[in-house]
Design a protein around this ligand. Structure first.
Ligand code: OSB
Ligand code: MG
Length: 368
C-alpha cells in the first residue's frame, strides 16, 4: 500500500454535557482527525489526545507536531505492505502512541477496504454487536448523579461507570449502589489516589463493584499490586498500561485483574491485539475504553471490541451521549439490551460526513 498524501485536521466540537473527572472539567473537544490518501481512496483515523496533558502527556498539539514532523514523513510515498511494516517505520519515535495510533487506524481501515472487509472482520473479530456501558462524570450533587444514572439505565446501558476523586467517592458509589443493588457498577479514579489512601479505598470494597479503575498513579504497578492484595474488588488498569509489556508485568505481579484497552493509549490495533491475546491466555478479561471520540474513533473502538476476549461492556456509548450531531452517518445508537452494532461496511465501516467535518474544522494541513 502506498500513502500518497495525509491530511491533518483539528475540529472544534461541543459536548452536550460537560464531562468532569479528577483531572478537570471539559465541554469543548478538539478532535484531531487524519485522512490518508491511498490508491485514490480516503481512509480516516482519529487521534484521541486530549486538549491538555492531564490524562496522558500527549496533547492535540504534540500529536500534530509528531505526525507532521516525523510519522507522516516516514510513510509518505513509501510502499508499506502491512501493519508490521508500519509499526517498524514508527519504531524510532519514542512514545507518542496516540499520534501513531491515529495513522495506524486509518492505515488499517484502508487495508480492510482493499480486502473488501469491514474493519472488525479484518481485525479478527467474532461478533457484529457488542455490549456497551456509559461513563458518568463527577456531578454537582448526589441527586444529579442519581438522576443521570437513572436516565442512562432507562436508555439501556448495560454498565454504569462513575468517575471518582477525593471527596466524591464512597458517598457517590454508595448512593448509586443503594438505589440500584443489582446493576453492573464500576468506578474510575483516573489516578487520583495513592497508597496513603488505602484505608479509605478499602471502604469501596463493600459495594460489589465490578472493578475499580486506575485508583493510583500512572507509573505505579507496585503500589497497585499492594492495593489489589488488600482489595476484593478487581482493579482495572487504564493509564498504567501503555504496551503489551506493561500488561505482562502488571499481570505478573498482580497489579490488576482486568485491563481497559484503548487503541490510542497503547499505540494502535497491533499493540491492542497483543494485549488482548496476552490477557486471553492469562484468563484476564479486557474491555474497550473511550476517549470522548467522534464517530470515527468510535467505529474503530467497536471493531476492536468485537474480538473474543472483550468480555465486559465498553465505554462505547451512543453518539447522542456526546454530540448534537456526529461526524458519521448513521450515528451510533443503542439497541435493545444495551447492544451496539459494529459498523459493517468495508473499511472503517461508516460513512464520514465530510461537509460537516469541513464546517467544524479549525485547523487543516495537507502533507504530500
Ligand atoms: O479514564 O476512561 C477514562 C474520557 C477521557 C479520558 C479518560 C477517560 C474518559 C472516559 C470517557 O471515561 C469514556 C467515553 O469516551 O465515553
Ligand atoms: Mg479510565
Amino acid at each position: 500500500m502506498k500513502v500518497e498524501a495525509v491530511e491533518l485536521r483539528v475540529l472544534k466540537m461541543r459536548l452536550l454535557r460537560p464531562f468532569r473527572t479528577s483531572f478537570g472539567e471539559q465541554q469543548d473537544r478538539y478532535p484531531l482527525l487524519v485522512r490518508l490518501e491511498v490508491d485514490g481512496h480516503s481512509a480516516w483515523g482519529e487521534c484521541v489526545a486530549g486538549e491538555g496533558p492531564w490524562y496522558s502527556p500527549e496533547t492535540v498539539e504534540t500529536a500534530w507536531q509528531i505526525m507532521r514532523g516525523y510519522l507522516v514523513p516516514s510513510i509518505l510515498k513509501r510502499d508499506v505492505p502491512d501493519l508490521a511494516s508500519l509499526e517498524r517505520l514508527f519504531l524510532p519515535v519514542r512514545g507518542h502512541r496516540m499520534a501513531k495510533a491515529a495513522l495506524e487506524m486509518a492505515f488499517t481501515a484502508a487495508q480492510a477496504e482493499q480486502a473488501r472487509k469491514p474493519l472488525w472482520k479484518h481485525l479478527g473479530g467474532t461478533r457484529d454487536r457488542v455490549e456497551t456501558g456509559v461513563s458518568i462524570g463527577i456531578q454537582p450533587s448526589l441527586d444529579q448523579l442519581l438522576a443521570i444514572v437513572a436516565e442512562h439505565l432507562q436508555e439501556g446501558y448495560r454498565r454504569i461507570k462513575i468517575k471518582l476523586e477525593p471527596g466524591w467517592d464512597v458517598q457517590a458509589v454508595g448512593a448509586v449502589r443503594e438505589r440500584y443493588p443489582e446493576i453492573m457498577l464500576t468506578a474510575d479514579a483516573n489516578a487520583a489516589y495513592d497508597l496513603d489512601d488505602l484505608e479509605h479505598l478499602l471502604e469501596l470494597d463493600r459495594f460489589g463493584l465490578l472493578m475499580l479503575e486506575q485508583p493510583l498513579s500512572v507509573g505505579d504497578l507496585i503500589d497497585h499490586a499492594a492495593l489489589q492484595q488488600r482489595l476484593r474488588t478487581p482493579i482495572c488498569l487504564d493509564e498504567s498500561i501503555e504496551s503489551a509489556r506493561d500488561a505482562r508485568q502488571a499481570l505478573q505481579i498482580g497489579a490488576c485483574r482486568v485491563i481497559n484497552i484503548k487503541p490510542g493509549r497503547v499505540g494502535g490495533f497491533g499493540e491492542s491485539r497483543r494485549i488482548h491475546d496476552l490477557c486471553a491466555a492469562a484468563g484476564v478479561p479486557v474491555w474497550c475504553g473511550g476517549m470522548l471520540e467522534t464517530g470515527i474513533g468510535r467505529a474503530a473502538n467497536l471493531a476492536l471490541a468485537s474480538l473474543p476476549n472483550f468480555r465486559l461492556p465498553g465505554d462505547l456509548s451512543a453518539s447522542n451521549r456526546y454530540w448534537a450531531e456526529d461526524v458519521v452517518d448513521p450515528p451510533f445508537v443503542l439497541k435493545k439490551g444495551g447492544l451496539m452494532d459494529v459498523p459493517g461496511r468495508w473499511g472503517l465501516g461508516v460513512r464520514v460526513k465530510v461537509d460537516l467535518i469541513d464546517r467544524l474544522t479549525v485547523r487543516r494541513e495537507m502533507l504530500r
